[in-house]
Design a protein around this ligand. Structure first.
Ligand code: NAD
Length: 458
């Protein structure tokens, strides 16, 4: 079959896989290939067990894989065949040298640029899908234009705003698609070619354009604002716990002001995921570089509150359980950083598990989708941690349960049965405020929500 466009994506991760699946699904006239240096990941994309869990993804991939969606390790061949290349490689926080712990580690990104330069035999549009700070498109352009073959590359920024757990819905109906380009005739031509792809299913009013740097920066700022809301309500949860106010009631009253809105106002054990912390730290690093220390401190505060909230949760557990956790058996309900994903990167559960292990707790971890990642994350603690898929079996014989991921299944458990199987006094620490606190209190539990009065039998 003759395809109208040949699209390549380098990086078959949480972003590359679902975004390309959506383009291929909506545009049968295009051939979409996703490549990765990790052969295991590619083999999983080609199997019945996709490497990531995302509601609705399996159906789409299984329908179009081999038709106009392909997963491969042949990066060079992919580059040569494609007219349009999305780059969606990882951009973690640097763990060495200048900017250690703050700046983005751009080594994967730069390697990709060099690989494109080495393999390309014709002109191409390169689209930065990864979240990248500090005018990275410019750096990529410099690498790419340093070629002797007179090949022309246009670099565009097209940050991805999907949220894990709702990626398919977000890709199908995005609030907006943002495309940053040079405002030159070549830049605008390349931009229009990308607009044409999205216009296959997205209304024109939702496809917005800007210069490249504004586009790159918008992604960092979006994540910073989202995380800021969580940290803001979490600061109030601490105050509510001291004053017997109820953070859910406060959030409801505040959120009903349409200027504020009610989304992202759930107090919890803290935010996680691979993006929020890393992107805010990028923003902080960027501000420091420009000498804007007050601005940097302001955004750093959002991250600091998140660390504080996780630590506060552990200290609340310790205080409630008679100031000693050593030798106690505690079950963590959920290890994913949020519901509907198996992703555990930067999960609050990881921090809490580590802190509880420090307190010499015997941990039992249960999660419907994230146990494989949890086992990898806690590989060094084989003695201290066990992993049990069934939440009833996991909680049996424990002193306490800590709910760390807002899986709906935890709302619908038979807590009477769980209570009967636990050691007494039995505790529940609801780090997501998702269960019926009064009901489990009446069953016999001592209940500790976030940001509201605890319900205890003492
Ligand atoms: N995860 C999210 O929710 C999300 C949302 C929006 C944006 N982003 C951004 O998208 C980017 C990718 O994130 P992700 O979560 O998909 O990461 P990921 O780690 O899941 O996937 C990245 C993939 O790139 C591959 N890779 C690295 N270097 C390569 C190279 N030189 N050639 C080919 N493949 C290479 C890795 O093997 C990996 O499979 C990041 O910049 C992230 O900030 C992520």
């Amino acid at each position: 079959m003759n395809f109208k466009k040949n699209i390549l994506c380098i990086g078959a991760g949480y972003v590359g896989g679902p975004t390309m699946a959506m383009i291929a699904h909506k545009c049968p006239q295009y051939k979409v290939t996703v490549v990765d240096i990790n052969p295991v990941r590619i083999a999983e994309w080609n199997s019945d067990h996709l490497p990531i869990f995302e509601p609705g993804l399996d159906e789409i991939v299984k329908n179009i894989r081999g038709r106009n969606l392909f997963f491969s390790t042949e990066i060079e061949k992919g580059i040569q065949e494609a007219n349009i290349i999305f780059v969606s490689v990882n951009t973690p926080t640097k763990t060495f040298g200048a900017g250690n712990g703050m700046a983005a580690d751009l080594q994967y990104w730069e390697k990709t640029a060099r690989q494109i330069l080495k393999s390309a035999k014709s002109s191409k549009i390169i689209i930065e899908k990864s979240t990248l700070p500090v005018k990275t498109a410019q750096a990529m352009e410099r690498i790419l234009t340093h070629n002797h073959q007179k090949i022309h590359f246009d670099v565009l920024s097209n940050p991805e705003f999907l949220a894990e757990g709702t990626a398919i819905r977000d890709l199908e109906n995005p609030d907006r698609v943002l495309i940053g380009s040079h405002q030159t005739p070549d830049g605008i031509k390349a931009r229009d070619e990308l607009v044409e792809i999205y216009a296959n299913w997205i209304p024109p009013k939702n496809i917005i354009t800007s210069d490249i740097w504004s586009s790159e920066l918008s992604k960092l700022v979006s994540n910073a604002f989202l995380a800021q809301r969580i940290s803001s309500i979490n600061t109030i949860s601490a105050l509510c716990e001291k004053t017997d106010a109820n953070v859910t009631d406060v959030a409801r009253a505040v959120g009903m002001d349409h200027r504020i809105g009610n989304r992202f106002l759930n107090a919890s054990v803290g935010f996680g995921g691979s993006c929020f912390k890393k992107d805010i730290l990028n923003l902080v690093y960027l501000c420091r570089n420009y000498g804007l220390h007050e601005v940097a401190d302001y955004w750093q505060g959002v991250v600091n509150i998140n660390e504080y909230q996780k630590e506060r949760f552990v200290l609340n557990m310790l205080a409630a359980m008679f100031n000693t956790l050593a030798g106690k058996r505690i079950c963590l309900f959920g290890f994913a950083f949020k519901a509907d994903t198996g992703d555990t990167r930067e999960s609050p559960a990881f921090f809490i598990a580590n802190r509880l292990i420090e307190e010499k707790v015997e941990l039992v971890i249960t999660d419907p989708k994230a146990l494989k990642n949890a086992k990898n994350d806690l590989d060094e603690f084989k003695e201290e941690v066990s992993f049990v898929e069934d939440p009833y079996k996991a909680a049996s014989g424990c002193h306490a349960i800590a709910i760390l991921t807002e899986w709906v299944l935890y709302q619908n458990l038979d807590f009477e049965k769980i209570y009967r199987s636990m050691l007494k006094p039995a505790f529940i620490f609801d780090g997501r405020n998702i269960i019926d606190h009064q009901k489990v209190f009446e069953i016999g539990f001592n209940v500790y929500p976030v940001g509201k009065p605890s319900l205890t039998h003492f």
